[in-house]
Ligand binder design. Structure first.
Ligand SMILES: C[S@@+](CC[C@H](N)C(=O)[O-])C[C@H]1O[C@@H](n2cnc3c(N)ncnc32)[C@H](O)[C@@H]1O
Length: 216
């Protein structure tokens, strides 16, 4: 991704695959900076909004959640769309970038937002019926830990819709960010942490893979 308020630093061009704490801090700073223009970014119509609509459409069939969580929620756009599907549900968003959360709170007053990371969610056990994460997974410092946390906050039988970049034809090798995002590796991590994989779809035109896990 290249638009972060026009800034591009070495962590976005790191071909060595290093996964350091410094990278995480850089990421959060970039997202704080981007939060100022995020709502008007062309990435919204080009990718993020389309992706959110696709996963919400997948999720709406047969679900009537009381509580909906978005991990790496940015400015809360997915949750604002979710409100149309589930008008009564409690909506919760978590994101480590405080700038994103500030905008989310302003734009989505009927939802609760917390500054926090996937790897340590500021929520009690078994609180959530339906969880989403779109275009965020490749930023997580410890993806398995993040998935374990989502499992912890989901009720038994609750569903997670995780969508993230998937670059076919070995293209993921051009950046360390997407190397762990191959569909079979994601399925294996889901199984390892205790999700039953209910579905996995490649959205070719959006270069995304959506994995649906049920908390066992
Ligand atoms: C490209 S944005 C996508 C935001 C939103 N899901 C959307 O579709 O508009 C990625 C988001 O992931 C967040 N993020 C980065 N590291 C994270 C982590 N460890 N846990 C949860 N979210 C993280 C960033 O702060 C950023 O808001």
């Amino acid at each position: 991704m290249s638009q972060f308020g026009g800034q591009r630093t070495k962590s976005y061009c790191n071909f060595e695959g290093a996964n350091t704490a410094g990278k995480e801090t850089d990421d959060i700073e970039k997202f704080n900076h981007w939060s100022l223009s995020y709502e008007n970014s062309w990435w919204q119509w080009f990718l993020f909004d389309r992706l959110q609509r696709r996963v919400l459409n997948m999720a709406k069939k047969g679900t009537a959640p009381n509580t909906v969580l978005d991990v790496g929620c940015g400015t809360g756009r997915l949750l604002r769309k979710a409100r149309k599907y589930w008008p009564e549900a409690q909506l919760i968003g978590v994101d480590p970038a405080s700038g994103m959360i500030e905008s989310a709170r302003r734009l989505t007053p009927d939802a609760k937002f917390y500054v926090g990371q996937a790897e340590s969610l500021p929520l009690p056990d078994a609180k959530v019926d339906l969880a989403f994460s779109t275009a965020s997974f490749h930023h997580w410092q410890d993806q398995e830990k993040g998935l374990r946390e989502i499992k912890r906050v989901l009720q038994v039988g609750g569903l997670l819709f995780l969508a993230d970049f998937w670059l076919p034809f070995g293209l993921s090798k051009v950046t360390h960010y997407f190397q762990s995002n191959n569909p079979s590796a994601i399925r294996e991590t889901f199984w390892r942490v205790g999700f039953r994989v209910r579905d996995q779809r490649k959205l070719w035109t959006l270069w995304q893979v959506v994995t649906v896990g049920e908390r066992c």
